[in-house]
Design a protein around this ligand. Sequence first.
Ligand code: NAD
Length: 493
Amino acid sequence: MPVDLSSLTLDGRAVIDGRRVDAADGRTFDCVSPVDGRRLTTVARGGPADIDAAVAAARAAFAERRWAGQPPAARKRVLIRLAERILAHADELALLETLDMGKPLRYAKSVDVHAAANCIRWYGEAVDKLYDQIAPTPETALALITREPLGVVGVIVPWNYPLLMAAWKIAPALAAGNSVVLKPSEKSPLSALRLAELALEAGVPPGVFNVVPGFGPEAGSALALHMDVDGIAFTGSTRVGKQIHVMAGQSNLKRAWTELGGKSPNIVFADCPDLDRAVQAAVAGICFNQGESCNAPSRLLLEASIKDAFLDKALALLPRYQPANPLDKDTVMGAIVDRTQLDTVLRYIAQGQAEGARLLAGGQAVQPVPGGFYVQPTVFDGVTNDMTIAREEIFGPVLSVITFTDAADAVRQANDSIYGLQAAVWTRDLNKAHAVARALRAGTVHVNQYDEDDITVPFGGFKQSGIGRDKSLHAFDKYTELKTTWIRIDSPL
Ligand code: NAD
């Protein structure tokens, strides 16, 4: 691997109360790179005692108002400094991300790191421009409706966009004045730990932003069950998301917000305005981040009359998306996060074939880098919406092609899913675009594009894709309590 690791900070210790610390019981786990299977470093295996210590530090910081007590404009300056620190360390953070979870280095830098910095800057800039409200009461009262930080917020994130998923949550949480305890995925903890150091350098006071690495059932559940955590913001699978809501209810009824899985339908009508663009978006969409994206357009719904033409063009694009060394600058598809996830993807591919779908392309594990975990982009034709590969989130570069007859059929099949994260519709007919977009049960509907996006719009799901929204000003709702202060005015003039 032609990369100089000596330039990297590979410190797997937790960050609690502004200090790097080992796990209380000294346990560690290996951090293995999916690029070539090498052990990168050992990481502190946080458990309940470490979560207790981090929550205590976060609580003390909040109670002493070290951060919440600073004027919004001061928090803004610190968050903007943090965004600048992230950009100053963009190469290092991108390399950590690529080594840790296998995405192409070019995207780790141009997408993940830049979007994380932009997110933190955006919430920093927003926070001193928000006003609270005065209710339209009779003049015998002045009723203030104000927003206050929750207090201590627990954050649990997955491995597919480690830095960015963390940023989507910590940025509004910190901007609003909360203290945070973040548990990154055990599969990709390194960038979050580095982020905590950069936050300290930027001026976030010790104890305000703590990071405890560890496994879900150990550190994660300790955080979700903690009696002194006021809110838990989770991104991950629907299976674990459901447990998060149960744990919140079992403990102190902490506010619980979940961003979960998806099986997004990408509907292409025969009157699509630009078939080449639709083909490019479909292929790039399922291959981006090795298909390990919650919003991957994994169900391709094609109007029957254009299916053959569409698939001919799609197959012609696939050579460009064959997996390659993520550290090479031209690579567009990298490694699957670990052996377990690779096996899961291969199991779904076998199941698709067993249930009668036709394998058009891919389907094999490959090793462009010895020791690493890679799979070819895979396309199944002849999929029906009741097959397992159309119903379950695979989280790999596996595209299921389904046909439909008319708009009603497309909408019926698109909505026939437990998920409702995203959807797309391609048509030049404005009426049809509006009608279909409105009928789709999804948090985001793309029209004549897929995955254009920025921080100004909410991101989240209908149905079992979760509860709540990341991004945009709406995210502040998750990290604040609404307070009414009713002031009686005895003798109006
Ligand atoms: P996961 O649910 O297995 O793990 C997510 C996080 O939860 C990890 O940090 C893990 O350690 C922790 N966890 C696991 N078990 C836990 C438990 N019992 N208690 C507390 N925490 C626990 O998901 P994953 O495999 O890391 O990520 C992939 C999933 O994330 C996919 O389903 C994907 O769709 C989803 N995702 C959703 C969004 C979104 O915005 N909707 C974004 C990215 C990823």
